[in-house]
Design a binder for this molecule. Structure first.
Ligand code: AMP
Length: 502
């Protein structure tokens, strides 16, 4: 089934239901949106040389035309390539070349790259007076090329099929929330990533997709929109939750239904503060571009069950396998490890990508034995809760002992003055590596290395303690709010770092 049918069915069933809003203003109902999608589909099909399966890139910030373009691409039997809008034009050019994009839509012009500006008359003119039938596609045909966010190395395009996206939508309904008209999703995080993926569930249910007027993540605006609309959900990276908690507007908004967070570690101290403010309206997901938004999840009930004997361990985990998803932990030889042992997390389900575009070797390696090898380290407990350690490349090995940065970070974050921190390894002639902590201190608060060291001494093994503290104003992050440990390691002048990224 072509994924566009999710939208078309809602348009038949609920033609008058609001489909798309900019801030507090409805722009289009379902019938109007579907009509624009059909007309744009006709225009895309008519572009010179366009053939089924051709790729069309989107290089733009969150914008009301974003979803219309995605659905028109699928309607026309083409493949969408949503690109992180913060990439450098050179990086965009690389992706366009890699996927052989036939066209690229953008907001405004992009230096050195031929694009079609969605704010131009030419884009409107691409909406032809025609209402073609949706293209027939197979479930295993590509729908979305997801270029990995690139915290390391060159990006690879995970090929997500129509089946992958349908499975992801169904798992949303199974595990996160039932949705319907009267519900809304706020696209405060990039539509090229998690927010755009989860918007599909809302279109399938006839709910409203809201694009904030700022086009991005502004805490005050999110609070205001979550008051203004009803049944509001949104996807946020953990760093965005931290910003919501720190905002002077922090409150429980009237219309809030669910905050879905994930994409990077959520520290227990932050999760506790989030539960205190938002109550059990939090859902944590663990996924990756190669298995979009869907490997494990920690449900709202686990956030609310504060009396559970293992409440804190559960908050520190990323939950259990999503409905219809298998999750295991393998050793370096792909043998399954028993509960409690740390190894590589692997998964198998209809959500797992078909491979990497244009890179069959990397695809075969990552999918060997029929399992997606996530590159993440973690362990399962006897109840099936998965605790992530770190990506294998972030692991610090000092004097032959493994040190998981997250464990040290969790301890440092217990200090009331520590707003954010990130722990990395620095080359050491004797020990191989030693632990260094980058720390952001809360405005108006104080923390010094001695106090932090005392905290670590009280909580973790001596060899895990940072040997050096760097107090910084902020941590380097990518567009999705993930801390760029590679940059931190480079700051420390680690020559071996490039070798570890391969
Ligand atoms: P991406 O493909 O850009 O979505 O990045 C996926 C990676 O983000 C995963 O492989 C994990 O390393 C990390 N990640 C995703 N979800 C979580 C989570 N809930 N907790 C910790 N790390 C996460």
């Amino acid at each position: 089934m072509n994924i566009v049918h999710l939208l078309l069915a809602s348009a038949r069933r609920l033609p008058q239901a609001p489909a798309l809003a900019l801030g507090e203003h409805v722009l289009l109902n379902y019938a109007q949106l579907a009509r624009r999608v059909l007309r744009l589909s006709a225009g895309l099909r008519a572009l010179p040389g366009m053939a089924p399966g051709d790729r069309i890139a989107l290089f733009m910030p969150n914008h009301p035309a974003y979803n219309e373009i995605l659905f028109a691409i699928w309607h026309a039997g083409l493949v969408a390539v949503p690109v992180n809008a913060k990439l450098h034009p050179r990086e965009l050019a690389w992706i366009l070349q890699d996927c052989g994009a036939r066209a690229c839509l953008s907001l405004g012009t992009v230096e050195g790259v031929a694009t079609l500006d969605v704010s131009s008359a030419a884009f409107e003119a691409l909406h032809l007076e025609a209402e073609p039938a949706p293209a027939e596609v197979q479930a295993e045909d590509p729908a979305w090329l997801f270029y990995t966010s690139g915290t390391t190395g060159t990006p690879k395009g995970a090929v997500l099929t129509h089946r992958n996206l349908l499975f992801m939508v169904q798992a949303y309904f199974s595990d996160i929330d039932r949705l319907g008209p009267g519900d809304a999703i706020l696209h405060a995080a990039p539509l090229s990533h998690g927010s755009g993926l989860y918007g599909l569930a809302h279109f399938a249910a006839g709910a409203l997709n809201v694009i904030p007027e700022s086009g991005g993540f502004e805490a005050g605006e999110i609070y205001a929109l979550s008051d203004a609309w009803s049944g509001v959900s949104f996807f946020a990276a953990p760093t965005m939750i931290v910003r919501l908690l720190a905002s002077p507007d922090a409150r429980l908004p009237r219309g809030l239904k669910t905050i879905v967070y994930g994409g990077a570690p959520m520290y227990v101290a932050d999760a506790l503060r989030a539960v205190e403010l938002f109550g059990p309206r939090l859902y944590q997901l663990y996924g990756q571009g190669e298995s979009p938004m869907t490997i494990t999840g920690l449900p709202q009930s686990a956030h609310g069950d504060t009396r559970h004997p293992r409440y804190l361990q559960r908050l520190a985990s990323c939950g259990h396998a999503r409905t219809g998803v298998e999750v295991r932990v393998f050793d370096a030889d792909d043998r399954e490890l028993p509960c409690g042992e740390v190894g590589e997390i692997v998964t198998r389900s209809d959500c797992v990508m078909a491979g990497y575009w244009n890179n069959p070797q990397a695809g075969e390696r990552t999918l060997r034995g029929g399992w997606l090898h996530t590159g993440d380290l973690g362990s399962l407990d006897t109840e099936g809760f998965l605790t992530l350690r770190d990506r294998s490349k972030d692991l610090i090995i000092s004097g032959g002992s493994n040190i998981y940065p997250r464990e040290v970070e969790e301890v440092l974050l217990r200090h009331p003055a520590v707003a954010e921190c990130s722990v990395v390894g620095r080359a050491h002639p004797e020990w191989g590596e030693e632990v260094v902590a980058f720390v952001v201190v809360r405005a108006g608060a104080n923390a010094d290395a001695r106090e932090l060291d005392a905290l670590c001494l009280a909580e973790i093994a001596r060899f895990k303690r940072p040997k050096d503290y760097r107090f910084v104003a902020s941590l380097p992050k990518n567009n999705y709010g993930k801390v760029l440990k590679t940059e931190l390691r480079n700051l420390l002048g680690n020559r071996q770092d490039t070798g570890r990224q391969a």
